[in-house]
Design a protein around this ligand. Structure first.
Ligand SMILES: [Zn+2]
Length: 287
């Protein structure tokens, strides 16, 4: 699943490519992907202008005018956004063997025609991805379900310490809890714990202020670094230029079970299950 750095990479690309364009036409092919939105409400997007692409955590928010409405897009496991302009095809999100073939194709949920002659396709193979149309009031309510975004200034050290220091859950589960902190998923949670030298299985309320501060610093270092490298991709994810994210080369623990630790050169990266998620750490240099 794309996490904050991957969604941010796609957001930045689509903001640059489609800002100020108008939606001249749109087609909904699978209305089951609409969340708390009628097809009629969805078609109200026709004629509207894209003001900007925003994001909270892994949820993309397209601001439209006028009157103001918001299109929310969540890629979930296998969602993808494909921008096509003349012969240029720029996919973002999950890669499919035939992502570029015969658009719209059998994975297409909806597509938008834009005023520069381009088209934006929203595809999903596994059908967990969703679209929602929201008013400003509804958007406000939706955002209230999330903690601060990991790269926003709202996510501060005092907030982090007060939000987590009494919690009994393992620190990794805290990192994955979108109500506390938005944007982090399984890959980056493991990398953050590694950077902070803390075992992901330790309970948050047993960590010292110094250790919680180390986790906070690791979040604030890793997120911008991953965005700079256009995220992490494996076999199934592409950014909005159809490229694989460069952060995969910088992963220290995720996907390295059984290999020697790159930092201490002594430990062997261990993989355990935590809350049903594969969790990686170095038993030697993470305490
Ligand atoms: Zn180590």
């Amino acid at each position: 699943m794309p996490e904050l750095p991957e969604v941010e990479t796609i957001r930045l690309d689509l903001d640059r490519l489609t800002k100020n364009l108008r939606i001249t036409d749109l087609q909904l092919l699978d209305r089951r992907a609409l969340q708390q939105t009628s097809a009629r409400k969805f078609y109200q997007l026709k004629g509207k202008q894209i003001k900007q692409w925003d994001r909270i955590g892994k949820l993309m928010i397209v601001e439209l005018a006028s009157p103001q409405l918001f299109l929310l897009i969540h890629l979930k496991m296998t969602g993808q956004l494909i921008y096509r302009h003349n012969v240029d095809i720029i996919p973002g999100g999950h890669g499919l063997p035939d992502w570029h073939a015969n658009l719209p194709n059998k994975y297409t949920i909806a597509y938008f025609s834009l005023s520069n002659g381009s088209q934006l396709f929203f595809n999903d193979m596994r059908r967990f991805a969703y679209l929602r149309v929201a008013t400003k009031t509804e958007l406000h309510q939706i955002k209230n379900n999330f903690g601060p975004d990991a790269i926003s200034p709202d996510f501060s050290l005092p907030y982090w310490l007060s939000a987590v220091s009494l919690r009994k859950a393992p620190i990794k589960n805290i990192l994955l809890n979108q109500k506390i902190l938005a944007g982090i998923g399984n890959i980056y949670a493991d990398e953050i714990c590694f950077r902070a030298r803390i075992k992901p299985t330790r309970k948050a309320n047993k960590l010292t202020k110094q250790e919680l501060t180390a986790i906070f610093r690791a979040i604030k270092q890793i997120m911008p670094l991953a965005i700079k490298h256009r995220g992490t991709t494996f076999s199934d994810y592409l950014d909005a230029h159809g490229q694989r994210g460069g952060f995969v080369k910088l992963l220290k623990v995720y996907g390295r079970a059984g290999k020697k630790c790159k930092r201490c050169q002594k430990g062997v990266i261990k993989k355990v299950k935590l809350g049903g998620r594969g969790t990686h750490f170095c038993p030697f240099c993470q305490i």
